[in-house]
Write a protein that binds this ligand. Structure first.
Ligand code: IMP
Length: 192
């Protein structure tokens, strides 16, 4: 079976990815290859950050790999938190604090449209490829549910009347930004 490194140690993301790839690939995490350092993410776009992380792993550890970067873009906030989604409320990457700040910044706002966008950079056989997935939706006025991670309790995709945090993993993967970007990645890997 083909091995690919997913440049993350986020257990939720690994679990989501492994569900999607099934038995077609063995997905290794950063700790599986002995990488325990923080990979720099200093670009000003999702694509730039995904490329930066994938190149870091390829150059330093020698593995074919892919890296992703995701942002939540809220229209009423001019696209924020965007590339700063993980550290919106500060460097602690605290999901509850991030959601609380988002809800506070949208207090009284009726125009609540938003989207998640994921960029994946694959480095394989000496070539780089970019895949994107997005899901349109809205920011709820209060958290709903406790499944998933990050902003899941406050994001309702247009395709559903429930937040991501009220969905099963498979239900979320079918319509989510990362699910769609990963489907494009898999399509490339399996059919190129
Ligand atoms: P990352 O670039 O994938 O680490 O995503 C940046 C931030 O966006 C994360 O820290 C989460 O707060 C948020 N995020 C990414 N993917 C999701 C998701 O599927 N649901 C909810 N929040 C997410």
């Amino acid at each position: 079976m083909q091995e690919l490194v997913f440049a993350t140690n986020n257990a939720h993301k690994l679990e989501e990815l492994r569900r999607i790839t099934g038995d077609k690939f063995t997905i290794l995490s950063l700790s599986d290859i002995g990488c325990h350092e923080d990979i720099p993410e200093t670009a000003d776009t999702l694509e730039g950050n995904a490329r930066q992380k994938a190149r870091f792993v390829k150059e330093k550890y020698g593995y074919d790999c892919f890296a992703d970067d995701t942002g939540l873009m809220v229209d009423a906030l001019g696209g924020a938190p965007g590339i700063y989604s993980a550290r919106y409320a500060g460097p602690g990457h605290d999901s509850r604090a991030n959601m609380a700040l988002l809800l506070a910044n949208l207090e009284g706002e009726t125009h609540r449209s938003a989207r998640f966008v994921t960029c994946i950079c694959l480095i394989k056989d000496g070539e780089e490829h970019i895949f994107e997935g997005r899901v349109e939706g809205e920011i709820l006025t209060a958290p709903q549910g406790d499944a998933g991670f990050g902003y899941d309790p406050v994001f309702r995709p247009d395709e559903s009347d429930r937040s991501f945090a009220l969905m099963s993993a498979d239900e979320k993967n079918t319509i989510s930004h990362r699910g769609r970007a990963t489907a494009a990645l898999l399509d490339y890997l399996l059919n190129r």
